[in-house]
Design a protein around this ligand. Structure first.
Ligand SMILES: Cc1ncc(COP(=O)(O)O)c(C=O)c1O
Length: 415
């Protein structure tokens, strides 16, 4: 028996845990040659495909030169190139890049930047506004700004208090905007959002104009606007960043997952100059005291530099557009099925809810569906009764058809 305690895995269910030997493109293989199509990009990270040759080559080359370097007071070329390129491809007001290792830590950094900003300019602002149903990660701060529920109930005593703005469900957008307007009047420090789509909350989509309005309200009240693009970034929503579709620029931007093409862990938190400037001082007590041992690991940075080169040199946007169109066509086959509710798509992400007696993340359907898909050579991990497909952009039409065939059969079987 393996001693490994897996994440988000209930070992008491005794479900098989496939042992994967290698991966290529959109597929995973075990040592016997069994194949699974990775239809959720291995938890939303793999963008161009597994083991992309250019990213693998960049990692190999970097391992020959510099493996790891303390990043407090020292620097290296892959981090410098990456930071310069990130500043170049994001809107002008985002001038500073802070490195960390995961989506959760990029969110922790964002929250600490926001509170540090207000503390350093001498204004007492501490409260964080959050959007209902959000997910920002599993560290204590990230959980605090996420939806309270099954993921974090035992830790509730440790989570800090936030103000929750209702999700802008269709027809209730004005309610969201009004709630935000009135919460902003109390001078909170920041508002953190997943732009356009809430991932772990169930692939809940809201329109770009609402995102733009929310950003405008925060700007009017001087509330820092944090865009958590950990999931939405790097093309998932159809554009490189979801904020692009709303024409907005956040004060703080969190990026991870597809930052390295999904090959190795890395995250960044970008911020506008006033936030950096508020920490800039000859006074050491105003230093931004955040770090982890592997901050800006050179090998991870080299992978990210290669990812950005792929975005520059290859027709990534064409692949995204083609995948989005293919997802739309497959989803359309289910739209009139009475067993399917709320079919929805944003960019390359397609989702729907299976009509179930018990909805929500703990729906009894989920473990059955996961096993059903696994037996059909497809890696899907529905969020309760919400089934979604978020593949790497290199998935072939035949592979995508196999994914949707398995989904079609599961709709029959679930009924
Ligand atoms: C929007 C969002 N923020 C943060 C995170 C946390 O990222 P990580 O799992 O890399 O810590 C996730 C993970 O899925 C996410 O979807």
């Amino acid at each position: 028996m393996s001693p490994i305690w897996h994440p988000f895995t209930q070992h008491g269910l005794n479900e098989p845990i496939p042992l994967i030997d290698r991966a290529e493109g959109a597929c995973l293989y075990d040592a016997e040659g069994n194949r699974w199509i990775d239809a959720i990009s291995s938890w939303w990270v793999t963008t161009h495909g597994h083991a992309h040759p250019r990213i693998m080559a960049a990692i190999r080359a970097q391992t020959e030169k510099l493996d790891q370097l303390i990043f407090a007071g020292w620097t290296h070329e892959p981090a410098e190139s990456l930071a310069a390129e990130l500043v170049r491809i994001t809107p002008d007001p985002l001038t500073r890049v802070f490195f960390s290792d995961s989506g959760s830590t990029s969110v922790e950094v964002a929250l600490k930047m926001a509170l540090g900003y207000w503390a350093n300019i001498g204004e007492a602002r501490e409260r964080i506004l959050v959007l209902e149903h959000s997910y920002h990660g599993d560290t204590i701060g990230a959980m605090s700004v996420g939806e309270r529920g099954v993921f974090n109930r035992p830790y509730a005593p440790l989570l800090f208090d936030v103000s929750t703005i209702p999700f802008p469900a269709e027809g209730r957008e004005q309610q969201t905007l009004d709630a935000l307007e009135s919460a902003c009047a109390d001078k909170p420090a920041a508002f953190i959002v997943e732009p356009l789509i809430l991932g772990a909350g169930g692939m809940l989509i809201y329109p770009a104009w609402v995102l733009a309005e929310m950003r405008a309200i925060c700007a009017r009240h001087g509330v820092l606007f944090i865009a958590d693009e950990v999931m939405t970034g790097w093309g998932r929503t159809g554009t490189r960043f979801a904020c692009d579709q709303a024409g907005i620029i956040p004060d703080i931007l969190c990026l991870s997952k597809g930052l390295t093409g999904g090959a190795v862990p890395l995250a960044v938190t970008l911020c506008a100059e006033p936030i950096f400037a508020a920490h800039w001082s000859a006074d050491r007590s105003r230093t931004f005291y955040h770090s982890s041992s592997y901050t800006a690991n050179p090998i991870a940075c080299a992978a990210a530099v290669a990812n950005l080169a792929i975005w520059r040199d290859e027709p990534v946007q064409d692949r995204i557009d083609a995948l989005a169109a293919a997802q739309e066509a497959h989803l359309a086959m289910l739209t009139s099925d009475p067993r399917v509710a709320d079919p929805r798509r944003l960019g390359t992400i397609a989702a729907f809810d299976l009509v179930a007696r018990d909805g929500g993340y703990l729906s009894a359907l989920a473990p059955h569906l996961i096993a059903f898909y696994r037996e059909r050579g497809v890696l899907l991990r529905p969020l309760g009764n919400s089934v979604y497909v978020m593949p790497p952009y290199c998935i072939t039409p035949a592979e995508l058809a196999q994914v949707w065939n398995a989904i079609g059969t599961s709709v029959e079987a679930a009924a």
